[in-house]
Structures are given as C-alpha cells and as structure tokens.
Design a binder for this molecule. Structure first.
Ligand code: TXA
Ligand code: MG
Length: 335
C-alpha cells in the first residue's frame, strides 16, 4: 500500500475524513504523541489498527472525542468528578476510564467492559473527529514495543506501506502519552502518568498512583490497565538508567569500554568522540518532549547502549521515569 505523508490542512482534513469514513486507518497529530486512528465504533476498522501496530488484541485503545457531547455516545455514567476534570483538562492530555455502552465494540476496548476516553488538544484532529461524527480509536502510532512517535517522520518510519495516510501536524509539544486515570470509590487512580500530574489531580480528589506505574509487575499480578504488562518504548539499543551526581555520571561514562557504540541522555557537557550526547533537557517538561525522539535517534545512529541520567520524578518527571523504566527493562545502575 502507498502511504501518503501530507501536511495538516483543510483540504487534507476532508481527505482524512473520507478514509476514516471508509473504515481505513489514518495517523494523526495530537499534543502528546501521534495516534493511529480509525472509527472506534467499527470493528473491522479497529482490527486494522491492531494489525498495523502488531498490538496484542487484549490491549485496549483510547477513544478520542472532538466535543463533550460525544462522550455520551460511549458511556452513560459520567460522575460529577469526571465532569469537573473534563471541564478543567479537556482538551488535553488526560484520559479517563468509564463504563462503556454495549454499542462500543468489545474489540476497541480489548474485551473490557470499560472505555478510555480523551479529547486531544490539537485543532486539526479535533475538527477531524467532529467532521467524522464518530470517536477515533487511536493508540500511539508506533510499531508495538518501539518508542512512541513525536513527529510525522517517526510515524512514517514505522507505518510506511501499512496505512494509507499520515497527517503531519509538526512535533508533539508534550512528548509523552496522556495521563490515564480510573475512578476508584471517589478516588483517582493513576494508571499511567503524563502531563496531568498527581500534584494537579489531588486538587480534585484523593490520588492513588497505581503500583504498576513504577514497579515491574509479575506475570500473575492483576493489572488495572493491560498496557502496563507489555514491553514498551524500547529502542533496539540497550537502555540503562544511571543514578548518581553529574560528577559520578561523567566518571562512569568515561570508564566504559571505548569500543562500545554508546549514547548518553543528560544535560551535562560533551564527552570524547566515542560518546554521542543526545538531546535530554534540564527540566522535566523538556525531558518529556525529547525522550522518545532521542531514543529513536540512538537507533538511527546504530548505538548499542544508551545511558540516561536518572530524571527528577516530581510533576511530569514521573511520566519520564515511568517510560524510561520500561525502555530500560527496569535496569538501574546506582553509582
Ligand atoms: O496520549 C495518548 O494517550 C496517545 C495519543 C495518541 O492519544 N495514545 C496512547 O494510546 O498512548 P496507547 O494505546 O498507546 O495507550 C493506551 C493506554 C494503554 O496502556 C492501555 O492499556 C490503556 O491506555 N487503556 C486503554 N483503555 C483502557 C481501559 N478501558 N482500561 C484500562 N486501561 C486502558
Ligand atoms: Mg502506546
């Protein structure tokens, strides 16, 4: 199949809507990462998403809505708390889990009786959803297991030949996927951290950060969100999180075998020629924005190893750390 890579425009919006109405898959920009979108209400269209990504069938998709009315086509149980959060954080990087109506195909939700919903903060994509008139099911537009795509080029490298159209809306400003929450007896349970942080959410209700966020779950452990149990965000290179001061970090990197092709993600100075320093950033927001594209860059450069300075874990830093732990297979080097 030929894959069109086009810039977001009114003309391309019409074309994308036609593909989606025909049950095809189109990659679209959002503020977090690019999404691989199809009609959430059509089982055959949704199956094409799973096929293009190579995604396990039991890992549910997020339904993207263009306005609040659309939420009621997915669920008829919306609490006061959920409405308050929607008013304050939508459009934006917050995904909420609701009970789902029978009209939502089970395939979209990985066989669960709940549906994850968010309203993306991207004008093109929201207008596209409104034009379609149905919610778009959209996981991140990467091949399953690889780092999520934060540019249309990343999507093209994973999806060329597999889907008919990729809409380029520029680089994603957030860089990590949305915060996923569910409601637990009036409390908010964070299943995946993102730019809407626990610190922000605790203004609304008691917040529990689920065990799966920072812990490696054993095979028999019950997971609240199926995405938690899969290998994720991993480039081909081996990733290591390195904990220590900047001096210790520099010293450690300099002590490594020179023949090993390595990259580092940190905000310090350059090393000798044998080490590639990739963009990371000083603030957690910058690190979130750069993380996935730097991990992809390490593979493009043919690096065998990537060493990442342990991030600060407050605010959006928790999301950076959560993604890094998975990219690194939970390997931490303590100096
Ligand atoms: O920012 C984002 O959320 C991006 C953009 C495209 O919107 N999407 C995204 O989708 O990251 P995906 O499929 O890569 O991640 C969705 C996560 C998975 O961990 C999945 O298990 C969880 O949300 N999820 C979806 N539906 C769920 C449900 N009903 N119950 C529990 N977890 C759910
Ligand atoms: Mg994903």
């Amino acid at each position: 199949m030929e894959t069109l890579l086009v810039k977001a425009s009114d003309e391309q919006l019409v074309k994308a809507a036609e593909y989606l109405a025909d049950g095809e898959v189109v990659a679209v920009p959002t503020e977090t990462v690019y999404g691989l979108a199809a009609n959430a209400f059509e089982t055959d269209a949704v199956r094409k998403i799973f096929a293009a990504k190579g995604r396990p069938q039991d890992n549910p998709l997020i339904l993207h809505i263009g306005n609040l009315d659309m939420l009621y086509s997915i669920t008829d149980e919306v609490s006061e708390l959920a409405l308050k959060l929607a008013a304050d954080f939508w459009p934006g990087p917050l995904t909420m889990i609701f009970s789902r109506k029978d009209s939502v195909p089970s395939e979209t939700c990985g066989g669960l009786d709940t549906a994850a919903v968010r309203m993306p903060d991207n004008d093109f994509t929201r207008r596209l959803i409104e034009k379609c008139g149905f919610p778009l099911a959209a996981p991140s537009a990467n091949t399953s297991g690889l780092p999520s795509p934060t540019s249309a080029d990343h999507v093209f490298s994973d999806m060329n030949g597999k889907i008919p159209m990729i809409v380029d809306g520029g680089e994603c400003s957030c860089g990590v996927e949305s915060t996923v929450i569910c409601f637990d007896n009036g409390k908010i349970r964070v299943l995946r951290p993102g730019a809407v942080t626990p610190e922000m959410l605790c203004e609304y209700a008691e917040v529990i950060v689920d065990n799966g966020v920072l812990k490696q779950l054993s095979a028999d452990e019950k997971v609240m969100s199926p995405g938690m149990k899969y290998k994720h965000y991993s480039p081909d290179a081996d990733v290591f999180i390195v904990k220590g001061t900047n001096e210790q970090f520099a010293c450690y990197i300099n002590s490594l075998d020179e023949s090993e092709k390595k990259a580092v993600l940190w905000d310090g100075t350059d090393f000798s020629d044998s080490v590639t320093v990739l963009p990371y950033g000083k603030t957690s927001a910058e690190q979130a924005e750069n993380l996935f594209s730097s991990l992809r860059k390490a593979d493009e450069l043919g690096c065998d190893k990537v060493y990442v300075k342990m991030p600060d874990t407050s605010g959006i830093g928790l999301a950076v750390y959560n993604r890094l732990l998975r990219a690194a297979g939970f390997r931490i080097i303590e100096l």
